[in-house]
Structure formats: structure tokens, C-alpha cells
Design a protein around this ligand. Structure first.
Ligand code: DGL
Length: 265
């Protein structure tokens, strides 16, 4: 028996598309409901109580869509609100931080790991805590990058201003001689090309979405919840302007995505 209820994904905006990509590849028989909270993006400068409140409304919305499992496609929410929201709702949830931390520890050779993330994620200390619980000998260098999310949400990924911002944010990592960088925000894989150029190929780049989706797949199987759709349904919702969401999603994703529907949450 298959469980064809959808998997729920959410982010502050378009960053979660990098996670959606992993889900489509690794869970090809699952339908997905995606919510992008573009009316409230960016999340990175928000306080804990705001992030919990926004997350709460989104989970309620996703549950209304009948999701069987929620994958937080947002590091900020995975760092700040998942613990509280797990207590409130019966649906299983997975965040990006623990799987991302495990991948980073597995990748590092010199035990010097960089975390590039939003201000809220850096402030939460989620990655250092998760990494220290696996290997306390690892040294962690964190850098908040508040300019990057607005660049993605404004459709300005491949611009000189993006290069300049990345140069400034990544300089401390070069100095610290990290050999592994965690892309600790789901918007950042859109900058993977220039990051690789700046840091060089010797630095391993970890996108937590890869290990998180693999873990979600294991958990869904263990719970006997796997879907069996030959043509899974993908639904997109946004709290912001759907036309703008669709325009930017078209630029950022290589897939043809269904148009997003506007919802108030
Ligand atoms: N993409 C989200 C993250 O992974 C949120 C970024 C933001 O809105 O600041 O942290």
C-alpha cells in the first residue's frame, strides 16, 4: 500500500527550490506542496518569536493540504523554530541542520569548517552545536551574509554586486583556511559557481539539502509512508506576488514548474 499524501516543503521564498530539486530527484514518486513565504522574506533578520509564528501558520496551512511529512526547506526555520513546532503538530518534520552538520564533518580533513548562513541561523548557534555533538575537535567559522537572500529574491544572482558581496563574505573563510563550507541557507546554492571560483576546488561545498532529503527518504520508508505516484503532483503557493514568484522561479529553476497560487496565511 502506498501513501500518496504529499510531502510539504516551505521556505521564506525561492531558496527552497534548491531543496525541491533534491526531493524531485530522490523522491520521484512523491507529490509535493511547496509554500514560499515571499510576503515575509527575508527571514534571516527576524526574531525567534516571529519565526515561530510564521512557521506555525505555514505548518497549519500545509496540514490543511493533507501533507504526511514536512521538510523544512529553510535553514533559518530549521535552526530556530523546528523544535517548538514539532511539539505542536502530529506530522513528522525534518530540518536541514543535523544532516548538514553530519555531511560537513564527514567531508572535512583539516577539521576547519565554515558556515555561511543568515544572521538568525548564525545567532542560533545551531550548526556549531550540531557539529560539536558529532566531533568536538572541529573548529567552526561562521559568517552571516544578509545581502545574499535579497539578491536571489530580486533576480540579481549573476551580477557584479553579487560577486562583490560574495568576495567580502568569503574572505574570512580563506583566511581561516577552511576545507569545507556549509551552504547554510537554501538560497545560497544559486551562488555555487562564484563561490567555487572564489574559494577554489580544494574547499568542499556542502549543501545540507542533499543529506536531508536522503534522510527524509529513509524516514518515510521506515514509517511505511512512501508514495507511489507515477505522475506526482507539484503544487506551489506563495504569500506574496504569484507572478513575481513564477517569473523568478522560471529564472532559477531548470524545471518547468506549475504556477504558484497566492494564499493568505
Ligand atoms: N532560505 C532560508 C534559509 O535557508 C531563509 C533565508 C531568509 O529568508 O533570510 O535560511
Amino acid at each position: 500500500m502506498n501513501d500518496n499524501r504529499p510531502v510539504g516543503l516551505f521556505d521564506s521564498g525561492l531558496g527552497g527550490l534548491t531543496v525541491f530539486e533534491q526531493v524531485v530527484n530522490m523522491l520521484p514518486r512523491e507529490s509535493v506542496v511547496y509554500f514560499g513565504d515571499t510576503a515575509n522574506v527575508p527571514y534571516g533578520g527576524r526574531e525567534v518569536n516571529e519565526l515561530v509564528e510564521l512557521g506555525d501558520r505555514i505548518i497549519r496551512f500545509l496540514m490543511g493540504k493533507g501533507v504526511k511529512y514536512v521538510l523544512f526547506a529553510c535553514n533559518t526555520s530549521s535552526s530556530v523554530s523546528i523544535g517548538i513546532l514539532r511539539e505542536r503538530y502530529p506530522v513528522p518534520m525534518i530540518g536541514l541542520v543535523r544532516p548538514g552538520a553530519r555531511s560537513a564533518v564527514a567531508a572535512t580533513r583539516n577539521k576547519r569548517i565554515g558556515i555561511l548562513a543568515t544572521e538568525a541561523t548564525v545567532k542560533s548557534g545551531s550548526y556549531p552545536e550540531a557539529i560539536a555533538s558529532i566531533d568536538p575537535a572541529v573548529q567552526i567559522f561562521s559568517q552571516a551574509a544578509p545581502l545574499l537572500v535579497p539578491l536571489v529574491e530580486g533576480g540579481r544572482v549573476e551580477t557584479p554586486e553579487a560577486k562583490k558581496a560574495l568576495g567580502a563574505y568569503l574572505a574570512p573563510f580563506r583566511e581561516a583556511q577552511i576545507d569545507t563550507l556549509v551552504l547554510g541557507c537554501t538560497h545560497y546554492p544559486f551562488f555555487a559557481g562564484p563561490i567555487l571560483q572564489i574559494l577554489g576546488e580544494k574547499v568542499a561545498m556542502v549543501d545540507p539539502a542533499v543529506a536531508t532529503t536522503a534522510e527524509a527518504r529513509r524516514e518515510i520508508m521506515q514509517r511505511g509512508m512512501q508514495g507511489g505516484e507515477s505522475q506526482p503532483r507539484y503544487e506551489f503557493y506563495t504569500s506574496g506576488d504569484p507572478e513575481e514568484f513564477n517569473r523568478l522561479a522560471g529564472l532559477l529553476s531548470t524545471r518547468r514548474l506549475p504556477g504558484a497560487i497566492k494564499v493568505e496565511i
